[in-house]
Design a protein around this ligand. Structure first.
Ligand code: SF4
Length: 341
């Protein structure tokens, strides 16, 4: 397999330019073409000599993979299907969510997932492999909106902290001045709370954090989220309390609402106690039904009461609008499959 350029940092691109017989400063030109101008072929890199472009094309691959399918929701949300080179070749989804003047990309970091959350279509399929940096960044570079994206959430298929090195390399490219030049404030990483990697992420990055909480009671949370048995949500919240979220960096807690399972006053009060004094937001999410799973979403009225009970105890809380449900692009519905109708 040929070496791919997407995902390389400036130093690596300089070394690669020299290897192809180009001057070292061509490394910076390569970074500009790939990450700023977002071209996908050497042919388009017109300030490199023709001989240089041919030398590059004969030895390397830009690494930008095109999507093989795209579905558009009635609300404008778009779901792209990308082929990935995991050990078992597969496909992952990236979802572009337009909202007023924002275009947010929800990115996948793994094909399938090991974490086995029972309410999640991705978790149902098991694990097929980690995405490479180029597979992660291709999602940013090959969508129709590549040049207009304003934000990114690592909230698609997979647990991003379970593919730490590739995800952090992708974030480096996104935030470096020689890369996309994004502020870390434009990026949110979502995790179910894989503690050791979470600590590294909090130390190594300034991106926002979202934690999938879903139930404040450890025994109940463990029923639907096996990770709870390894990493207790109370320890996750304790770790987060050691970091400063009172300024530019934000932490939110995602709380999918299941009728009768986690939507009672008892749950709201326990959640408020767990998060007391922490500068954070709770996002309540409607559950989107998946086959062979017994729970349904909580009714709107119950969600509103839950929100008000949390707000009354000083916790900032919003009910999040569902996007892309008609194309199975909403939270928990990504399965990496072609449409079947
Ligand atoms: Fe994996 Fe996230 Fe689905 Fe859990 S919710 S199985 S961590 S993709």
């Amino acid at each position: 397999m040929r070496t791919k350029l997407v995902g390389m940092n400036l130093e690596e691109l300089k070394a690669l330019a020299l290897q192809a017989g180009l001057p070292a400063f061509s490394g910076k030109q390569l970074a500009q073409w790939l990450y700023e101008k977002k071209v996908s072929s050497f042919e388009e890199m017109t300030n490199l000599s023709k001989a240089g472009r041919e030398a590059l094309a004969s030895q390397f691959d830009t690494g930008v993979t095109r999507p093989m399918d795209c579905q558009v929701s009635s609300d404008g949300t778009k779901k792209y299907l990308f082929p990935v080179e995991t050990p078992e070749p597969g496909a992952v989804e990236a979802v572009m969510i337009p909202d007023a003047d924002r275009k947010t990309l929800c990115v996948s970091s793994q094909a399938g997932c090991k974490m086995g959350c029972k309410f999640c279509m991705t978790g149902r399929q098991g694990f097929h492999g980690n995405l490479s940096v180029s597979d992660i960044l291709s999602q940013f570079l090959a969508v129709d909106e590549a040049k207009d994206l304003t934000n990114a959430v690592f909230m698609g298929m997979g647990e991003p902290l379970d593919n730490y090195d590739a995800v952090m390399r992708a974030i480096d490219v996104l935030t470096a001045p020689w890369g996309f030049g994004w502020s870390p404030k434009r990026i949110t990483l979502s995790t179910i709370g894989v503690l050791p990697a979470l600590k590294r992420f909090l130390d190594d990055s300034r991106c926002h954090l979202a934690v999938s909480l879903h139930n404040p009671f450890p025994e109940e949370r463990a029923e639907l989220m096996p990770v709870q048995k390894a990493y207790d949500i109370r320890d996750v919240v304790s770790l987060i309390r050691e970091y400063d979220f009172s300024g530019q960096r934000r932490v939110s807690f995602e709380y999918t609402m299941f009728a009768g399972w986690n939507d009672t006053k008892r749950h709201a009060d326990a959640l408020a106690r767990l998060l007391k004094g922490l500068e954070c937001r709770v996002n309540l999410i409607r559950f989107h039904r998946i086959p062979d799973f017994p729970y349904e979403t909580s009714p709107d009225g119950v969600m509103e009461l839950f929100r008000d009970r949390l707000s009354g105890q000083g916790i900032t809380c919003t009910i999040r609008a569902s996007r892309g449900e008609d194309i199975f692009a909403a939270c928990g519905m990504l399965a990496g499959k072609h449409k079947t109708n």
